[in-house]
Write a protein that binds this ligand. Sequence first.
Ligand code: AMP
Length: 223
Amino acid sequence: MLTYIVLLGPPGAGKGTQSKVLETKLELPHISTGDIFRENIKNGTPLGTLANAYISKGNLVPDDVTLAMLRERFLLPDCKNGAVLDGFPRTPTQADELEVLLHSFGGQVNLVLFITAPVETLIERLAGRWTCKAQGHIFHEDFNQPRLKGVCDIDGSELYQRDDDKAETVLNRIEIYQNQTAPLIQYYQERGLLIEINGIASIEDVSTQVMSVLHMASSSSHG
Ligand code: AMP
């Protein structure tokens, strides 16, 4: 069966971190549109150059570009059982497009985990966030330190601070989230797919909440 789980929430809520946990536990690929853009920027591809003009300011990359990229990603063999989506959809229009796309594979969004945290927490987390260059694993200089400074515990690659985690860009990203992405809360609530997760707790506690929600969702879908 195809399973598609969407992680929704403001930047810094913990979507990337929890997606990595889900990826391991559910054996589904973690698809982060932000990570794919950053990979393209790093490799200097035309897509990367185009996307960087938006990302560096904290704005959204145009839908046609993002959607074409996502469509290609879904065609890779590791998506044969579904995926954990992080950072897509970001608007109700993208959610409509996602529905059509998943339909074409015979799937649909099965569950939306909405991770919440207050703005002060988001800013604090983004300002101290360190991201792994190879696979986007996430650390924090105070709350989730790597064993060795500047090195990813999981794959040994270098950790760096994202340009768009700078204070001025962060505020714009949070504003864009509130104006353009937050309407998805109602969108998915109306479809009975949204479950809220309190993102303030420690990474382990949030993961425990996520896993218990998944457990409940899978028992209710089986009976
Ligand atoms: P993220 O890693 O999810 O925080 O995304 C980083 C940046 O990539 C965002 O601030 C946007 O500029 C861009 N981006 C990621 N996902 C999308 C999307 N679904 N639609 C438009 N832009 C996106």
